[in-house]
Design a protein around this ligand. Structure first.
Ligand SMILES: Nc1nc2c(ncn2[C@@H]2O[C@H](COP(=O)(O)OP(=O)(O)OP(=O)(O)O)[C@@H](O)[C@H]2O)c(=O)[nH]1
Length: 329
């Protein structure tokens, strides 16, 4: 639970906003109902309940988009009702809302919802003159300040989102080849173990190691060696299904994670990869790269570390037996 809270930004934000809503708006709702302002009290209660429901759904389903949009839309309507009922006093709520809507939904969605909110307020102010604003000047000042705040909040949220995505990409992919990195592999293997035990989903693992790669570096240079590693990833991907994932394990070693596979099929796939590398990875001098492959099916109740270790042992055996071959255990 703590891990999901740490890694899923929008889930953490939905939870945080809901906690703040319960702490800050619920007392208001009680106060409004107690003092007979039923419309505002009811709107406050709807906002609190909607937040609780949306956040619960997000935690259960893992989907934060629909609950976030739902919560943001309910808040927009809530703010409109509060502005209609309280007039100028209600307008103060627009400003904090303009900031925290960016914590609930993506910057573009938040900006569009804010635009709709401001247009609705503008229509309301013109249909019911003097209800929300006491003068034209006040109305103008409100729309200019909220417009400027929306634009700056959008720019800030958009930049933060771009940086978050970039950080995530840097943390999860290998800088040279663009394949998923070892950290991502560990997470994916843990998920595979979970899916195997809960859904009985069969998984296979292939560990590939290019043969005599040191000689490539020595004979053709490190840059050429890098280019071969970069080229290898799309070659492997072209031979696999979209659901199969390629990871760089380190150096010239790669891991392929294959779901919904039977042991016989794992061997066929490994052979296909071995042959594909030999056919497609041509060296500058016209010779071909070869690869050794070790593979293992995930056993019931097995830890991912032991699964990976068995595939590593199989790879060791393939190397030991002369390279350019497949060993599945
Ligand atoms: N160009 C390049 N070389 C790398 C990279 N990472 C590791 N290497 C090289 O890969 C080579 C691996 O050498 P070894 O572990 O001896 O293996 P090998 O020569 O492939 O021999 P076998 O695996 O036994 O067939 C070393 O020379 C490393 O310097 C990289 O990112 N780029």
């Amino acid at each position: 639970m703590l891990k999901r809270f740490k890694t899923d930004f929008y889930l953490a934000m939905l939870t945080l906003v809901t906690t703040l809503i319960v702490l800050c708006i619920l007392p208001y709702a009680v106060y409004r109902l107690y003092t007979g302002n039923y419309l505002v009290g009811f709107a406050d209660l709807v906002v609190v309940l909607s937040s609780l429901i949306a956040t619960t759904v997000a935690w259960r389903s893992g989907d934060t988009v629909k609950p976030g949009v739902f919560m943001a839309a309910v808040f927009c309507i809530g703010v409109l009702v509060i502005c209609f009922a309280l007039g100028i006093d209600g307008l103060f709520w627009v400003y904090p809302f303009m900031v925290f809507i960016f914590f609930l939904v993506s910057p573009f969605r938040a900006f569009i919802l804010l635009l709709l909110l401001l247009i609705s307020l503008f229509v309301m102010a013109n249909v019911f003159p003097n209800r929300v604003f006491s003068s034209q000047f006040q109305m103008m000042a409100f729309f200019v300040t909220t417009g400027v705040t929306s634009i700056f909040a959008f720019i800030f949220a958009y930049r933060a989102q771009v940086q978050r995505f970039e950080l995530h990409r840097l943390a999860t992919t290998d800088g040279l080849t663009g394949a998923a990195n070892r950290r991502t592999l560990n997470d994916r293997l843990a998920i595979a173990v979970l899916e195997m035990s809960k859904l009985e989903r069969p998984y296979g693992l292939l560990l590939l190691d290019l043969d005599h790669f040191k000689q490539i570096n020595d004979n053709h240079g490190h840059k050429q060696g890098d280019e071969i590693l970069v080229k290898l990833v799309p070659v492997l991907q072209s031979l696999l299904r979209q659901s199969d994932q390629v990871f760089r394990f380190g150096g010239e070693e790669f891991v392929v994670l294959i779901s919904d596979v039977k042991p016989a099929m794992l061997l066929v796939l490994a052979e296909k990869l071995r042959a594909g590398v030999q056919q497609q990875m041509v060296l500058p001098n016209g010779s071909y790269m070869t690869t050794s492959i070790g593979g293992a099916m995930l056993k019931p109740d097995e830890e991912w570390e032991s699964w990976l270790h068995r595939a590593d042992m199989a790879l060791y055996q393939a190397k030991h037996q002369g390279r350019n071959q497949v060993v599945i255990v």
